[in-house]
Design a protein around this ligand. Sequence first.
Ligand code: PXP
Length: 248
Amino acid sequence: MLRLGVNIDHVATVRNARGSPWPDPLRAALLAEEAGADGITAHLREDRRHISDDDIARLAEALRVPLNFEMAATAEMQAIALRHRPHAVCIVPEKREERTTEGGLDIVADESRLADFIAPLREAGSRVSLFIGHDPRQIDAAARIGAAVVELHTGSYCDLDTEGRHAARDAELAGLADGARLAASLGLEVHAGHGLTFDTVGPIAAIPELAELNIGHFLISESIFTGLGPAIREMRRCMELARRGTGS
Ligand code: PXP
């Protein structure tokens, strides 16, 4: 089964645009649970531009489905993760000037520091996931340092599809499929996410080694028009059709 993790960061983006208490990301998370989300993902950025510390505390307290806590590899974030002990911690690279998480982690360049960084999180019982591109050197390094999961970055694949660059998109898809196969062969659980839409999710969901997709911005955007529950249910339908080999 392919799980769907719903990322609720951009509910907080809208809330923070007005400094009001609404829309409340926790309410969105509970609605997503009801609509069949298998997990909730939230990224506490260092600049707190969307999700807040209080959101994480409330999510950790109230959710019935697993919380996937996305964070940069900093001491501050590690302390917060150790306080809440979420089901999963997904380590992402973070640059203040970026609009969103633009690339994957460079584990190879930072291997011993990342190995030390994730050890206490593992000991606290969180499944550690590393957000990376499909470069085999990064996948090998993730396995070496003891991550449980790699999440493969689908952002380039989605951008190439939007730009109509189909040959490059197909090459990127092949790289993601090869990466997923390699990661699974090394005993890693394989997730994917970033930029996925109803149009792009099918070929990704069809990669058999994938266990989970994390999808946020498009679902929250779509919920303006259809509501969050219908958007999530339609995404699940696209995923399931692709898994059954009938396209999305
Ligand atoms: N996975 C990771 C690791 C991410 O950083 C993000 C974006 O926060 C997502 C998935 C979801 O991406 P999107 O919001 O584009 O669906």
